[in-house]
Design a binder for this molecule. Structure first.
Ligand code: S6P
Ligand code: ZN
Length: 191
């Protein structure tokens, strides 16, 4: 007889985003994102002084297969590289026909989305925002506040991640601080 996967639960701490037990933890530092921020000189200057922690992802251990749902928390720390707020790398899913949901838990952020055809969308996320990322939209999150921006995410087990396209082309828009406020500007290096 085929042995079925057994039901289980994990415990999520809303305050700090820790989810236990978790399977994989991803830690991204500035050195993992060389060239992704507009100001390359500032990036290299910051790297000489250290290697700041930008974000962490706790993922619950679920098989990466069709039919499963992977869930995780992302914690983006507050900070900037030049005028640009700390952000995730951003990605398309490998299987682009897969959607994703984000639930804001702590702090304030932006969810930036774009398609291969150049459509762009941006929305603010605060605790309680449930954002829907439709199939075929690349997505990146940005911390626009002074405390960690924490959100929960769920996506299909066979979605996979394609980082290459964003690494090569960038996002069409950047989220930068101007006069103490976040604003969206055109990315002069896009494509
Ligand atoms: C996965 C989902 C998130 C991100 C995480 C980090 O599909 O969108 O869990 O992986 O927020 O971002 P990135 O772009 O480095 O994977
Ligand atoms: Zn995703």
């Amino acid at each position: 007889m085929m042995s079925l996967m057994q039901p289980f639960a994990a415990q999520l701490q809303f305050q700090n985003g820790l989810i236990e037990p978790y399977g994989e933890k991803t830690v991204r530092r500035l050195s993992d994102m060389r060239g992704m921020y507009l100001d390359i000189a500032v990036t290299e200057e910051l790297l000489k002084q250290g290697d700041p922690l930008l974000y962490e992802v706790y993922e619950v251990d679920v098989p990466h297969e069709q039919g499963q749902l992977i869930y995780c928390t992302s914690i983006i720390y507050p900070g900037k590289v030049g005028d640009e707020y700390y952000m995730t790398k951003g990605h398309f899913h490998n299987k682009e026909s897969t959607a994703e949901m984000y639930l804001g838990l702590q702090g304030r952020g932006y969810l930036l989305l774009q398609t291969h055809e150049g459509q762009v969308s941006a929305m603010e996320m605060v605790p309680g925002t449930v954002a829907y990322i439709p199939p075929f939209w690349a997505h990146r999150t940005i911390n626009i506040g002074g405390e960690p921006f924490i959100f929960f995410g769920v996506y299909p087990g066979d979605a996979g991640h394609n980082y290459g396209t964003i690494e090569e082309e960038g996002f069409a828009k950047l989220v930068v601080e101007k006069n103490g406020k976040p604003v969206l500007i055109d990315n002069p290096r896009y494509r």
